[in-house]
Design a protein around this ligand. Structure first.
Ligand SMILES: [Mg+2]
Length: 239
C-alpha cells in the first residue's frame, strides 16, 4: 500500500506511544510505501531523519505540493518537478506584487516554488486574492494563519496524483492523511483518506460527504493507525 501523509499534526502528531507503533509498523513492512506530503520546505523535512525511528519515505512532496523528490536520493521526480517549475512566476515577482497587501508578513522558512506568509483577522484578504489572481497563482489559507501562494493548479493533491499515475500505484491501496486545509486537495483526490482527530476546525465539515474520507477520533499518528484498521490495511495496531 501507499500511505501519503501530511507531517505536522498528522504523522508527527498525537500520542508518543501511537507514533512509535506507527513508525515501527512501517519500518517492519518493506512493502509499505510511504510518501510525506508536507507544507514544510525540504530543508525543514530533512532534520526529521536524525531520529533513527523515523521511517524513510519513498517520496517527499513538500512546499505544499510544489517540490517532489525521491526520498532516498533527494533527486527531483521528473518530469513532474519541471512541470511545476514552469508554472511558477518566481519569488521576486510574487514578493513585489504582495508587498502592498495590508496585514501580510512573509514566513521566514525554507521554501521553493511557493511563497508563504502569515495572515490574521485584519489582513486584507480581498486584495490578497486579487493580487494572487494577477500572478496567475493559487492561494491556500490554512490553520487560520498560513497563506501559501502556489503555482496555478499545484497543491498536495495535484502532485500526489501525478506521482500515483507515474508509478502506477493501485488507487485502491492508497491512504492519504491530513489535519488542516492545505490537506483538502488530498481528500478531494478520491483516494481512501483520514482526517485525524485534532483537525483544523471546519475541515471535518468540509470533507464530510466526500467519498472514502474517514473522520478519526484519535489524534495524529493514532488517527492514521485507526484508519489503517478501519480500511482493513491492518488488523491491529501491531500487525
Ligand atoms: Mg498538518
Amino acid at each position: 500500500m501507499l500511505l501519503a501523509t501530511d507531517l505536522d499534526g498528522t504523522f508527527l502528531g498525537g500520542d508518543p506511544a501511537q507514533k512509535t507503533a506507527l513508525y515501527q509498523l512501517i519500518n517492519g513492512h518493506p512493502s509499505f510505501h510511504l510518501a510525506f506530503v508536507s507544507g514544510r520546505g525540504l530543508a525543514s523535512v530533512l532534520p526529521l531523519f536524525e531520529d533513527p525511528l523515523m521511517p524513510r519515505p519513498h517520496f517527499i512532496i513538500c512546499d505544499v505540493g510544489a517540490t517532489i523528490v525521491h526520498g532516498h536520493t533527494l533527486q527531483p521526480v521528473e518530469p513532474i518537478q519541471s512541470l511545476i517549475e514552469e508554472k511558477w512566476p518566481g519569488k521576486e515577482k510574487v514578493a513585489a506584487l504582495l508587498s502592498q497587501v495590508k496585514g501580510l508578513a512573509p514566513q521566514d522558512v525554507p521554501q521553493e516554488r511557493r511563497c508563504s506568509y502569515f495572515y490574521h483577522k485584519q489582513t486584507d484578504i480581498n486584495t490578497l486574492k486579487y493580487r494572487v489572481e494577477q500572478l496567475n497563482c493559487d492561494l491556500i489559507l490554512s490553520a487560520g494563519k498560513f497563506a501559501d501562494i502556489l503555482p496555478k493548479g499545484v497543491n498536495k493533491g495535484f502532485s500526489l496524483q501525478l506521482l500515483v499515475e507515474q508509478y502506477g500505484f493501485d488507487i485502491e491501496n492508497i491512504l492519504v492523511a491530513g489535519d488542516t486545509f492545505n490537506d483538502l486537495s488530498l481528500f478531494e483526490t478520491g483516494y481512501k483518506a483520514v482526517v485525524v482527530g485534532n483537525a483544523e476546525p471546519g475541515l471535518p465539515e468540509a470533507t464530510y460527504g466526500l467519498p472514502a474520507v474517514y473522520q478519526a477520533r484519535e489524534e495524529g499518528a493514532g488517527g492514521i493507525l485507526e484508519a489503517l484498521r478501519y480500511f482493513s490495511f491492518i488488523r491491529t495496531a501491531q500487525s
